[in-house]
Design a protein around this ligand. Structure first.
Ligand code: XBP
Ligand code: MG
Length: 249
């Protein structure tokens, strides 16, 4: 296929895994409780806080908004995030963080179609690697770029630019798979065409710049873009190839 892309780059939180509502949010709340702080992020409030990418930055923004002295915010955010990350790793080890339905089948399909597969996430490598290994096997991924390896997190494009550089591909030769407006902005800034698979937190995001928007990887409904890119309601390697070829044309 002319202009067929050679790589597919997956976001993690909300895309490969259903990790925010009953995962990260629970770990943040357990950190507040462990430190004796009177804070609890309910599901609605957490959805609002997700516009700040990076768990430590999310804590910093929240603590500042609560009126904590600036000198205390940095230290407290770092200490809370360290606890939270360890707690989230426990949740991963207890199999509490599931893959999204259909993700394993898509990973199998793109591997069979000889795509190079990578990950570009804002999440912390200390939980990203063990979680991806447990759910999918790390051998599937040619490279994993995590939040701590870039100076600017999503929506900046750096994480995708670094990933393409490490893969040795031009941005138009890769397709990004994301769940949110923030992730789409990052892929677009780096020059990658993007498939957005929304979830219950990002369904109302403005993702108008995506090549295709669906609500799932299997039994999917197309929310934006050509219906023909799905194969019996499923996102497949052919979907990824068609998105990339269209962008390269
Ligand atoms: C989503 C994020 C992450 C997670 C929390 O990352 O913004 O910060 O919410 O993980 P992505 P950390 O969608 O890019 O995978 O606490 O480790 O940041
Ligand atoms: Mg995400």
């Amino acid at each position: 296929m002319p202009g067929r892309p050679s790589a597919v780059v997956f976001d993690v939180d909300g895309t490969l895994v259903d990790s925010e509502r009953h995962g990260h949010r629970v770990a943040f709340n357990d950190a507040f409780a462990a430190f004796g702080l009177p804070h609890h992020w309910d599901e609605v409030r957490y959805g609002e806080l997700l516009t700040v990418t990076g768990g430590q930055a999310r804590l910093r923004t929240f603590l500042s908004s609560c009126g904590y002295p600036e000198a205390e915010v940095e230290r407290l955010a770092a200490e809370l995030h360290q606890y939270k990350t360890e707690r989230f790793r426990q949740l991963c080890d207890e199999a509490q963080i599931p893959a999204r339905p259909g993700v394993r089948e898509l990973l199998d399909d793109v591997a069979s179609a000889n795509f190079t597969v990578a990950v570009a996430t804002t999440g912390s490598r200390s939980w990203v690697e063990p979680l991806l290994d447990r759910l999918f096997g790390l051998e599937r991924f040619s490279c994993i770029v995590a939040g701590s390896e870039v100076t600017e997190r999503k929506p900046a494009g750096e994480v995708y630019t670094v990933t393409c550089d490490r893969l040795g591909v031009a941005p138009y030769q890769a397709v990004a798979v994301e769940d949110s407006a923030v992730g789409l902005q990052s892929a677009q800034e780096a020059g990658l065409p993007c498939l957005v698979v929304v979830n219950d937190y990002t369904r109302d995001d403005d993702v108008s710049g995506a090549a295709l928007v669906v609500d799932a990887f299997r039994q999917a409904t197309v929310l934006q873009g050509p219906l023909t890119l799905l194969d019996e309601g499923a996102v497949t390697a052919d979907t990824i190839a068609a998105i990339g070829a269209h962008a390269a044309a």
